[in-house]
Ligand binder design. Structure first.
Ligand code: RB5
Length: 145
């Protein structure tokens, strides 16, 4: 599984720590930036990560900003992306099981690193249930037309 990672300055420290976590977990990733805590515009990195996912080269994306909210708003504007901003483990599990989320957004100024890593682990390891949920996810995707 290849993961596309990105952040703005507000999520930079979390992204850097997640790189260590992913390496220890044996998950392959590419860091699409940003590369410092200098102020920058999160939609730029949301677009880079989400286009890497919709290209098919990366299975999932992880985006960190201050709250996770701006990143998730930007990500969900990109066709093919189902991004969930999660601050708890239950939501991370259910957005994989029911929504087949392909991008996770996290708030670097909201969550502790331990919780963020738990959420990422669940997001990466939980399968989509399909069935009736596939119909509903299809209905979400039809809204893009
Ligand atoms: C940057 O200050 C902050 O607005 C951004 O990281 C994010 O929280 C936006 O949703």
């Amino acid at each position: 599984m290849k993961i596309a990672l990105g952040s703005d300055h507000g999520g930079f420290a979390m992204k850097e720590a997640l790189k260590k976590y992913l390496t220890e977990k044996g998950v392959e990733f590419t860091d699409f930036g940003t590369d410092s805590e200098a102020s920058c515009d999160y939609p730029i990195y949301a677009e880079k990560v989400c286009k890497a996912v919709t290209s098919g080269e990366y299975e999932k994306g992880i985006l960190c900003c201050g709250t996770g909210i701006g990143m998730s708003m930007a990500a969900n504007k990109i066709k093919g992306i189902r991004c969930a901003c999660c601050g708890d483990c239950f939501s991370a599990e259910m957005t994989r099981r029911h929504n087949d989320a392909n991008v996770l957004a996290l708030g670097g100024r909201v969550l502790g690193q331990g919780l963020a890593e738990k959420i990422v682990g669940i997001f990466l390891d939980t399968p989509f249930e399909g069935g009736r949920h596939a119909r509903r996810v299809g209905m979400i995707m039809d809204l893009e037309k």
